[in-house]
Design a protein around this ligand. Structure first.
Ligand SMILES: NC(=O)c1ccc[n+]([C@@H]2O[C@H](COP(=O)([O-])OP(=O)(O)OC[C@H]3O[C@@H](n4cnc5c(N)ncnc54)[C@H](O)[C@@H]3O)[C@@H](O)[C@H]2O)c1
Length: 304
């Protein structure tokens, strides 16, 4: 018996990279897998049935059960069609990995409206649309596990990724909200921050030395294989009780991330004036403030 024996799992963006390895491992653990991937290009959202079908065929060739699905997660109706596809083919749905994504990096003062909207649309809207499409089914069966891909680009910060950081922090909030709202129906929701060298990380602009170093290190870490066990473990019933959390997988290291909580309180019995805040509260709080650093300040060693 596999960890996901006879469960049905949707993995979005599973034609390549991290999602592909999650789909392969979910199938190897006994799941029926809906391999969703629009087959998007690096710089466009044009459809290509190739990547999803290749991964689904690979699963079937190994004796597993999988179908390819090429709907876009970024569209409300198509997201519902992905869930319908799972139900029509396998009769039930037990888990979702919201993994589909893209990058449109750019320094903030030059970021275009289109680059902002594309990234928010696929990552944040897509994660909401697919999760929401499954909510009634999960509620009816009083079960369900959702795994969302977040990123330290949002959780910590990174240069030139305002659109991506906003989407990935939004996904952390979305996951937390689902975990709270759906707990009464036995539905769990968690985030994973992955590290892997994929087509996506390969598209990070190379004119920034910080990124050149980071991408070179990612290439040594993993191409997605090291992220799959964490996603599969979160989908499994053995993770019951684990919800609303943010984890990370980087080569052979796993992380559990903190989430924002008040770390300092300042009280003024007569109420705060702006001047008193500047003169008293801010200096007091200085030692509790978060430094203006970025993700590579924390993840700068080669753990392989
Ligand atoms: N690779 C990393 O180090 C890293 C770091 C942090 C977060 N992530 C996150 O992990 C996830 C997977 O990233 P990856 O590196 O494997 O990227 P990838 O580019 O290799 O794979 C993403 C897949 O999503 C698909 N896709 C794009 N738009 C879609 C849409 N509208 N509908 C359905 N599919 C769509 C693409 O066709 C592609 O195959 C993403 O959410 C990404 O933000 C990756």
């Amino acid at each position: 018996m596999g960890l996901l024996q006879d469960k049905t799992i949707i993995v979005t963006g599973a034609g390549r990279g991290v999602g592909k390895y999650i789909a392969l491992m979910a199938a190897a653990e006994g799941a029926n897998v809906v391999v969703n991937d629009l087959g998007a290009g690096v710089s466009d959202q044009k459809a290509d049935t190739g990547p999803a079908e290749e991964v689904a065929s690979e699963i079937r060739a190994a004796g597993g059960r999988a179908i390819a699905d090429t709907h876009s997660v970024a569209d409300w109706d198509q997201a519902h069609a992905i869930v319908e596809n799972a139900l029509d083919n396998f009769g039930q749905l037990d888990g979702i990995v919201n993994n589909a994504g893209l990058l449109r990096d750019g320094i903030f003062h030059k970021m275009t409206k289109e680059d902002w909207e594309n990234v928010i649309s696929v990552h944040l809207n897509g994660s909401f649309f697919v999760s929401r499409a499954a909510a009634a089914h999960f509620k009816m069966r009083a079960t369900g596990s959702i795994v969302h891909m977040t990123s330290t680009s949002g959780l910590v910060g990174n240069l030139g990724q305002a659109n991506y950081a906003a989407a990935k922090m939004g996904i952390a909030g979305l996951s937390r909200s689902i975990s709270i709202d759906m707990a009464r129906f036995g539905v769990r929701s968690n985030c994973v921050a992955p590290w892997a060298f994929t087509r996506m990380t390969g598209s990070i602009p190379e004119d920034n030395p910080l990124y050149q170093e980071r991408v070179a290190m990612l290439d040594k870490l993993s191409h997605g294989q090291k992220v799959a066990p964490l996603a599969v473990a979160l989908l499994a019933d053995s993770a019951n009780g684990i919800t609303g959390q943010i984890f990370g997988a980087r080569a052979n290291e796993l992380y559990c991330f903190s989430q924002p909580r008040p770390v300092h309180t300042a009280h003024e019995s007569t109420g705060w004036t702006a001047q008193a805040i500047a003169e008293t509260a801010f200096p007091q709080m200085q030692r509790s403030m978060t430094p203006a650093d970025t993700s590579p300040s924390y993840f700068n060693w080669n753990p392989v």
